[in-house]
Design a protein around this ligand. Structure first.
Ligand SMILES: Cc1ncc(C[n+]2csc(CCOP(=O)(O)OP(=O)(O)O)c2C)c(N)n1
Length: 639
C-alpha cells in the first residue's frame, strides 16, 4: 500500500485539513504501517489496530498540547505516536535507543506519563485536572482518559471513579470496550458491560431512540439539547450505565468506536459538557486485519509474521523453551499430584503460559482480572482454608500487591507461593516492565523465603520445596531461554547454596539465572590459570551465611551477581552478613543493576551494557585481582 496521507501528518493539527474520507484513508494507512512493523519484530498489535479511529477522532477534536490525554496502560499508543510526529522514527519501535512501546514524555509533549501498568489513568487524570485548576487556573482545559475494559477492573480505577465527583468537571473518561483483556475479560464487570452493549442506542433500534429524542424541543444550546436527549433516553430505559451514573458520571453510549464521523460528533459535544462524563465506545480488538480480529489473544503481541493482504503466510515460531514454560509445566505437575494446589493469575494466563493448566483444572485456576492486590489477598484466604495457592505473576506487577504480600501473606505466615516471572530485565518493554526490584522488596519481610533458580533444573525443585514449606515463598526467574548448567544437581535445602566449584583466587556467587554466565566466565579464567569458584546462591532468604562468610574469609575476591537492583538486593545481603560477622569486605564487589531506570532493548545487550555478560564478569574478576597479578587487564569496574 502506498502511504499518501500519513507522511504528511507532522502533528495532530494536520488532521484538521483533511476531509472525513481522507481521515478514513489515513486510518487504513496507519493499519498498514502497524502490520509492517510486526513483519520486523514482535510488538503490541491488536489493541493498537482497535483504537486507530478513536485516536484520529480524539486528536482531530481536541488540542492535546492544551488539553490532556492519558492512555491507560499505554500499550495501545502506537496510533497516537503516528499522529504526533513520530512516523519517521516508527521503524525503531521497541529497539534500544528507538521509540518506546509505551508513552514516553522524553519523546513527545503529547505523552504525559511513562506508563505500562494498567489502571492508573483515571487517578492521574483527576490529579491533572485538580492541578490545572489550582496551579494554572486555565479555563476550559479538558482531561481525557482512555481506558480499556480489561484495565477498568483494576481496583485503583474504582478508587478514582469514587473520587471523581469532586474533582472532575472537565474530566472525560472514554471506555474502550473491545470485550477483551489479553484473554477474554472476566468477572461481574464483564457481564455488566455485555448488558450495556444490548442498549438500543448501539444495537440499532433507531426508531425507538428517534421517537424519544424527537420529543426533545430543538431550540436552545446544542450541548444542553444533547444532554436532555440522553437523559430522556435514559429515563425510557434506552441507556444503561446506571452504575457509572450512580457514581456521579454522566454515562453516554455505547457508540461505534470505528466510525470517525460519529466519534467526532460525540467528542465535540462532550468536550463542551461539564464532567465527569464517561463515553462508552465499542471497538473490535484487531479491527481491520482479519487474522487479528479473529484471534485477538494471539495477536495481542504476536511474533513476527509475513502477510499477503489479509492473510498470514508465515509466522515466526520460537523453538526455544523459556523459564516461563518450565514454570508452567512444573505448576501443571504439581496440580496433577496435589489436589490442594491452586493457581492464580492477574490477567496474564497467556503470558504465563497457563492455558493448559486452565483447561485441565478449571476449578483450581483463578483469573482475577488485572487485580494483583486482590489476587494476593485471595490466595492468602485460600491458604488459610487449607489450600496451597500459587500466585503466578510478573515481578513488576506484583509490586501492585506489596501490602498484601506483607499483611495477608507474610504476617500471617501463610503458605502462599509467589512465582515471579520476568524477574530481571524484561527487554523491549523497558523500564515500566523490568522486574528488577523484587529481591529488595521481598527480602525485608520476616517469614518469607526468597529463592532464585540458578538454572532451569532448580525451578521445579524450588516449586516443590515451596509447596511443602510451612510459610510463604517467592521464586523469581527471568524472561529468558531456559539455561541448564551441567552439574550433579545437589538436593535443595532451606537456606543452602550449591557450591559448583571452590576457587581460592576468587569466588563468583550468583543469585539467579546469571549463574550460567558465571560458570562460563570462571571456566575461561581457569584457562588463563586463575582459580575462580562458582556458587549458586539459590536462596536470598534465608541466606547461606556459612558458605558466604567462608568465601569472604578465604577467597581472594568475592563477586556477587544478580539481575536486580543492587540496592537492598543479594549483594547487599552478603555485605550485611560480612559486616555482622566483623569480616573485612573490601574485596567484595557487587554486580547488578545500578540506581537508575534501565531503558528498553534486547535483554542480552542491556545486560552486556551493565557488565553482566560473560565478558563483563571476566573484566570485573580481573579488576578484583591484587594489583601485582599478571592477569589484570584494563577496564572499568562495574559496581
Ligand atoms: C498492573 C498490570 N497488570 C497486568 C498488565 C498486563 N497487561 C497489559 S495490557 C493488558 C490487557 C489490557 O486490556 P484492556 O485494558 O481491555 O486493553 P486492550 O488491550 O483490550 O485494548 C494486560 C493484562 C499490565 N500492563 N499492568
Amino acid at each position: 500500500m502506498t502511504h499518501q496521507i500519513l507522511p504528511t501528518i507532522e502533528g495532530p493539527e494536520d488532521l484538521r485539513k483533511l476531509s472525513l474520507p481522507q481521515l478514513e484513508q489515513l486510518a487504513g494507512e496507519m493499519r498498514d504501517v502497524l502490520c509492517n512493523l510486526i513483519a520486523c519484530r514482535s510488538a503490541h498489535f491488536a489493541s493498537n489496530l482497535g483504537v486507530i479511529e478513536l485516536c484520529i477522532a480524539l486528536h482531530d477534536t481536541f488540542d492535546f498540547r492544551q488539553d490532556r490525554l492519558i492512555w491507560d496502560t499505554g500499550h495501545q499508543v502506537y496510533p497516537h505516536k503516528l499522529l504526533t510526529g513520530r512516523f519517521p522514527q516508527f521503524g525503531t519501535m521497541r529497539t534500544q535507543g528507538g521509540l518506546m512501546g509505551y508513552p514516553n514524555p522524553a519523546e513527545s509533549e503529547y505523552d504525559l506519563f511513562m506508563t505500562g501498568h494498567a489502571g492508573a489513568s483515571i487517578a492521574t487524570a483527576l490529579g491533572l485536572s485538580s492541578g490545572d485548576d489550582l496551579v494554572r487556573r486555565e479555563e476550559g482545559r479538558r482531561t481525557v482518559a482512555v481506558i480499556g475494559d480489561g484495565a477498568l477492573t483494576s481496583g485503583m480505577v474504582f478508587e478514582a471513579l469514587n473520587n471523581a465527583r469532586r474533582q472532575s468537571d472537565k474530566l472525560l473518561v472514554i471506555l474502550n470496550d473491545n470485550q477483551m483483556s489479553i484473554c477474554p475479560r472476566v468477572g461481574g464487570m464483564a457481564d455488566y458491560l455485555d448488558r450495556l452493549r444490548v442498549n438500543p442506542m448501539y444495537t440499532g433500534l433507531k426508531d425507538e431512540v428517534a421517537k424519544i429524542l424527537g420529543k426533545v424541543p430543538l431550540l436552545g444550546d446544542p450541548t444542553e439539547r444533547f444532554l436532555v436527549q440522553l437523559k430522556e433516553a435514559a429515563k425510557a430505559g434506552l441507556s444503561g450505565g446506571m452504575m457509572f451514573e450512580d457514581l456521579g458520571f454522566r454515562y453516554v453510549g455505547p457508540i461505534d468506536g470505528h466510525n470517525i464521523g460519529l466519534l467526532r460528533k460525540y467528542l465535540k459535544m462532550l468536550g463542551r459538557t461539564e464532567g465527569p462524563v464517561l463515553l462508552h465506545v465499542v471497538t473490535e480488538k484487531g479491527h481491520g486485519f482479519r487474522p487479528a480480529a479473529e484471534d485477538p489473544v494471539l495477536f495481542h503481541a504476536p511474533p513476527q509474521f509475513e502477510r499477503r493482504d489479509d492473510q498470514i503466510v508465515a509466522m515466526k515460531k520460537s523453538s526455544t523453551k523459556a523459564y516461563t514454560h518450565v514454570a508452567s509445566a512444573a505448576i501443571g505437575e504439581q496440580m496433577h499430584s496435589n489436589p490442594r494446589v491452586t493457581v492464580l493469575t492477574a490477567a496474564m494466563c497467556q503470558g504465563n503460559k497457563l492455558e493448559k493448566v486452565r483447561d485441565e483444572f478449571p476449578d483450581r485456576f483463578f483469573d482475577t482480572g488485572i487485580c494483583e492486590a486482590h489476587a494476593v489477598a485471595f490466595a492468602a484466604g485460600e491458604a488459610k482454608a487449607g489450600l496451597r495457592p500459587i500466585v503466578d505473576i510478573y515481578s513488576t506487577f506484583l509490586q501492585r500487591a506489596y501490602d498484601q504480600i506483607f499483611q495477608e501473606a507474610a504476617l500471617q505466615n501463610l503458605p502462599v507461593t509467589f512465582m515471579l516471572d520476568r524477574a530481571g530485565l524484561a527487554g523491549p518493554d523497558g523500564p515500566t516492565h523490568h522486574g528488577v526490584f523484587d529481591l529488595g522488596y521481598l527480602r525485608v519481610f520476616p517469614n518469607l523465603t526468597v529463592m532464585a533458580p540458578g538454572d532451569a533444573c532448580d525451578l521445579p525443585v524450588m516449586l516443590d520445596f515451596a509447596l511443602q514449606h510451612d510459610g510463604p515463598c517467592a521464586i523469581r526467574y527471568p524472561k529468558a531461554a531456559a539455561a541448564y548448567v551441567d552439574r550433579e544437581l545437589s538436593p535443595l535445602e532451606l537456606g543452602q547454596s550449591e557450591v559448583l566449584h571452590w576457587g581460592t583466587d576468587g569466588c563468583l556467587i550468583a543469585c539467579g539465572a546469571l549463574l550460567s554466565r558465571c560458570v562460563e566466565a570462571a571456566s575461561r579464567l581457569r584457562d588463563e590459570g586463575l582459580d575462580v569458584g562458582v556458587v549458586n546462591a539459590r536462596f536470598l532468604k534465608p541466606l547461606d551465611t556459612e558458605t558466604i562468610l567462608r568465601a569472604v574469609g578465604e577467597c581472594g575476591f568475592v563477586i556477587t551477581v544478580e539481575e536486580a537492583v543492587l540496592a537492598g538486593g543479594f549483594g547487599s545481603a552478603v555485605l550485611e552478613a560480612a559486616a555482622d560477622a566483623g569480616l573485612d569486605a573490601s574485596h567484595v564487589c557487587r554486580l547488578g543493576i545500578p540506581d537508575q531506570f534501565i531503558e528498553h532493548g534486547d535483554r542480552d545487550q542491556l545486560l552486556a551494557d551493565l557488565g553482566l555478560d560473560v565478558a563483563g564478569i571476566i573484566t570485573t574478576c580481573r579488576q578484583m585481582l591484587p594489583k601485582d597479578s599478571s592477569c589484570i587487564e584494563a577496564g572499568t569496574k562495574t559496581m
